[in-house]
Structure formats: C-alpha cells, structure tokens
Design a protein around this ligand. Structure first.
Ligand SMILES: Cc1ncc(COP(=O)(O)O)c(C=O)c1O
Length: 465
C-alpha cells in the first residue's frame, strides 16, 4: 500500500479532465484511460478549464483596446504574469516574467537575448532535452558535462569544465529534472559554482515545475537561479503558453527576438525605441488565454501544496520501481533504487529484453489503455549514453527505451496495471499478435484497426454554422 499522503487522490482525480474517457481495447470492452505519459504533456485541471471559461467572458484585446473588456483582459494578463512570477519566487524588482509558447521558445528567446561576446562558451549537460541544448549550439560553442553510467551528472566534470574555460563561461544550462530518468540535478549547488566562476545559470524547469517548488532566490544569494523556463502544457494547463522568468537586466537592453506590434514605445521612419519590461519580448497579440490558464494551474498546485504532491509522487515512484524490478527481463535505467525515490521525479525508463520498446508501448496501449512513450524522448545523446550501460540486458543495438511518467493524479492501481500488463507481455501472451505497419511505421495489432477519429472528431456535432 502507498504510504499515507496528504493528497486526497479521489478529490484530485475529479479535477482532472479526460479521466472518464473510456478507451477501446483490442479485446473486451472499452476501459479507463491510464495516462502514464505525463512527462510529455498533462491533461488540464478542471480549475484551469473553469478559469479559462470565466476569462473568455471578458476576453478581448490585451494592451490594445480602450473597451472595458479589453481593460479587464489586460489586467488579467498582468495578474497572470504576477502569479507565475510568484510561483517560482521571482522578485518584482529583480526579475521579469515573459510569456512564451513553451519551454523551447523560452530557451531560444534567452539564447537570442544573451548577447554573447566572442570567445564566450556555454556549458550544458549530456542529460538535456534537445530544447536545452540546440538553442545554445546556435549562439556559442557548447561544452557538455558528462553523465555517469546511471545517468547522474558528473559534478567533478562540471567543475573541471568551469576551470577549463575560466573567464569565458557565460551561461550554464541545466535541466531541473530529466525527462528520461527523472534525475534531479543539484541546481542550486551548480548555480553557486557557476556564479563563483562569473557565469549565469538557466534551469529548464519543464519537468521540475509540476513536481517541486522552484525558488529563483535573491540575486545576492550565490545559489540563486538567473533564469527558469517552463511549459503550461506540462503543468496541467495545455492552452499554449509557457514562460521565461529571469533577471530583468538581461532584457533591458538590445532588440527583441521578435519585432512587431506591442514591442515598441516609439517608431518613426528612422527610429525604433523598444518598449520597457516584458512587452519588448512579447511582440504581437499575446496568448492571454494561455497565460491565464498557466497562472490558474500555478495557483491550483500551490493550493494543493508541493509537500503533498511530492509525498504522493515519491511513494508512487518507490512502489513502481519495486514492482517493475520483479518483471522478468525488465531492465530499469537511471537510479533503480526505490529508496532514492524522494531524490528524483516519477519518470521511469526501462526496456523489456527481446521486445522492441515501440512494440511494448503499442501493446500497453491496445491491451490495457496505458499511454507511455517509447524512443529517445528528444534526448538522443543521453539515451544513447544510458543504453551503453554494461549490465543492460536488452537487445544489442536497441534504439530507445520505454518511459512511464506519473502525475499528481496517478494511482497505485494504475501502476499495478502497468506492471501486470508487462508481466503478461514477458509471459508471451501477445507474441505474434502485433506487426510493424509499413504504412504508419508503428506497431499495430494484426487484424484490428482503430480509427483515431472514433475518439474525437472535430465536426462530430455539426461543426459549421
Ligand atoms: C526537460 C524538457 N525540456 C524541454 C522540453 C520542451 O518542452 P516544450 O515542448 O513544452 O517546449 C521538454 C519536453 O518534453 C522537456 O521534457
């Protein structure tokens, strides 16, 4: 049984949109959808949906209209900015909250605005999502901190890189939590070391934000974080907004990444005077609905309390690691120790010996309605490194892994269903029932086809006027 946690799971689950949608199975009657792919994206919270519905009643142009609704929408947008700032401990006199589409855009924006001097380098790590690696490669030479065979950061190598490039490191870019192994780097310790070497630090908080409280800290604190990036769709607010939160002085000078309406104070045929504050970075009509949704999600998570969220997810992760270890031929990657669950996120990568990871994911979906992800999770260098583990028992040359990832609403029963289905796979229950489709390139049950449109069709209710 799960340890007692302060989270009332039944109440929490009533707040998750989509849990009641039954999914067809290859055999038998449709059953509950089990989403163990929360590292990819999370369903909306009902509170978020309800806030969006309310906001749509006053929805109008933001910072561009004299109408009363426009004023209300503008005020809501700025209130959302303040809420998101508070969510990560931003100080209004030090930090700026810039709304973006997602983490990827936030990190690209920062890369654009850093204004690197010739010779400066950026330190990233081998465990990053491509979105916290490729944007830096576009603006400077990038040195990558190595990982250990278990997927943890090699802190000695980090220190060595800072010394190797002494005086030249502009930025350290590190994830707050791995989307592959759930590993949580020591971001504040890394920040202190980065600052001691004259570098700033950005934390890709796409995975961390839904699970742990984030504290930017005062700029005077050596362990402060200079910037964090996050995505609403991983935070129970899939309405198209994310944010870059960080030191305001970075954005006080220079031209924005996107130029256009709203980003300027004054324009003449000869002169462009950029706006002050976040407006400079937010050219074009902003996604006010997304921003309000993101803020509503931040408030909902704060109300639930990160202590309760973390306690629940830690207990669930420990249970999952313990149970998965008992599946014959299953290899866990990252830290497999249930006792270490409090130090990591509920993101668990594994493989089943003799089974293509994409086949495992297909069977879980078609037989049990369990959504997981398979492949390299937009972190190819890291996954390739993990697959080199000497003890790894899964097929040589394997191209990826299976990943189960939990949300605050995931239950022990859902994890148990994952484990029992994996037992059935290794017992051979589904051998010969699936084939790789040459048309879709994915594994499909032989002789059984489901049109995705049977779950949702845009024009179901007539659509047009
Ligand atoms: C650690 C990490 N960073 C960045 C991203 C990119 O997030 P988005 O696709 O919302 O821009 C992801 C998405 O999976 C992620 O897991």
């Amino acid at each position: 049984m799960l340890a007692m946690s302060a989270l009332d799971l039944d109440a929490v689950r009533t707040q998750i949109v989509g849990l009641a949608t039954p999914l067809p199975r290859r055999e038998g009657t449709p059953g509950p959808a089990i989403n163990l792919d929360n590292a990819a994206t999370t369903p909306p919270l009902r509170q978020v949906q309800a806030t969006v519905e309310r906001f749509l009643g006053v929805y109008s142009s933001v910072h561009r209209g004299a109408g009363l609704k426009s004023q209300a929408a503008s005020a809501a947008y700025e209130e959302a900015r303040a809420v998101v700032g508070r969510f990560v401990g931003a100080r209004p006199n030090q930090h700026q909250v810039i709304f973006t589409r997602n983490t990827t855009e936030a990190l690209n924006l920062l890369a654009h605005r850093l204004d690197l001097a010739p010779g400066q380098v950026i330190i990233s790590t081998e465990l990053e999502h491509h979105s916290n690696d490729l944007p830096w490669r576009g603006v400077a030479p990038v040195a990558h901190v190595r990982t250990t065979p278990e997927g943890a950061l090699d802190e000695a190598h980090y220190a060595a890189l800072l010394n190797q490039y002494v005086g030249r490191v502009r930025l350290v870019a590190v994830t707050g939590g791995s989307n592959v192994t759930g590993y949580v780097p020591p971001i504040h310790r890394m920040a202190a070391l980065a600052h001691a070497h004259g570098a700033a630090i950005v934390v890709d908080a796409a995975q961390l934000a839904p699970h742990r409280r984030i504290a930017l800290g005062d700029l005077a604190d050596p362990a402060h974080l200079d910037y964090v990036a996050l995505s609403g769709h991983k935070l129970y607010a899939p309405y198209g907004a994310g944010a870059l939160i960080g030191r305001a002085d970075t954005f006080a000078r220079g031209a924005p990444m996107l130029a256009g309406g709203g980003s300027v104070r004054r324009v003449t045929p000869q002169i462009v005077a950029w706006a002050d504050g976040p407006a400079r970075e937010e050219a074009g009509t902003p996604n006010a609905v997304g921003a309000v949704a993101l803020a509503a999600a931040c408030l909902a998570l704060e109300n639930l309390g990160f202590e309760a969220i973390t306690a629940h997810e830690t207990a669930l992760t420990a249970y999952a690691l313990d149970q998965l270890a008992g599946v014959p031929g299953l290899w866990l990657y990252g830290d497999p120790d249930p006792d270490g669950a409090a130090e990591r996120l509920g993101v668990i990568p594994f493989c089943l010996d003799g089974y293509d990871p994409h086949l495992v994911a297909a069977i879980l979906s078609y037989e049990a309605g369990i959504a997981v992800r398979s492949g390299s999770f937009c972190a190819q260098p890291y996954v390739r490194r993990l697959l080199k583990l000497e003890h790894a028992g899964c097929e040589q040359g394997q191209q990826g892994l299976v990943r189960a990832s939990f949300g605050l609403y995931t239950t022990e029963a859902e994890v148990a269903r994952l484990v029992s289905t994996l037992h059935a796979i290794t017992a051979g229950d589904y051998d010969g029932l699936y084939a790789l489709s040459p048309t879709t390139g994915s594994f499909q049950p032989i002789g059984w086809k489901l049109a995705p449109q049977s779950l949702f069709q845009l024009t179901e209710r007539g659509g047009g006027f």
